[in-house]
Ligand binder design. Sequence first.
Ligand SMILES: [Zn+2]
Length: 181
Amino acid sequence: MARFFRLRFAPLAALPLLVAAATGSSIAAASSGGISPDGSEARSSAEGVFPIRGRHTYGDGLGAGRGHQGQDVLAKCGKPVVAARSGRVRVKDYQASGAGNYVVVKGKDRKHDYVYMHMLRRLAVSEGERVGAGELIGYVGSTGRSSACHLHFEMWSAPGWYRGGDVENPTPPLKRWDRGS
Ligand SMILES: [Zn+2]
């Protein structure tokens, strides 16, 4: 319940950003490359793993003229979403007005939180569970405030997502991981 309370009554300044972050309404058509063969195996590396298995394209990035706090990656609903980095599941929850089914993973290195939004209801992890990079978290969906099947991915610096951390631009690491997968 505490978590629910924190989300619903987040600081007023933060709440609109959270909603904006989770809004999929202005997803533009696929913009830039990043297509990998359908069903390709994401390769585990020391640095990270691209979080979607299968064909994907990039949508809105950070900002996008609407305070967007992450990178949208479009893929078919049902495609596996895997952990980009290893860590522990800090939050697994549902937010109808924004994030939909989402998961926050605290990075094992404690330097970042990784956030995965709009997934299908059938999530593969529980709170407190450890996940390794490349391990299944859930499936691409369009839950919450979203108008197309996509993963909204965020990276926050320590101490983490709505715990005083800052939003970081996840696009460069995503593209690096994408090239390696
Ligand atoms: Zn988004």
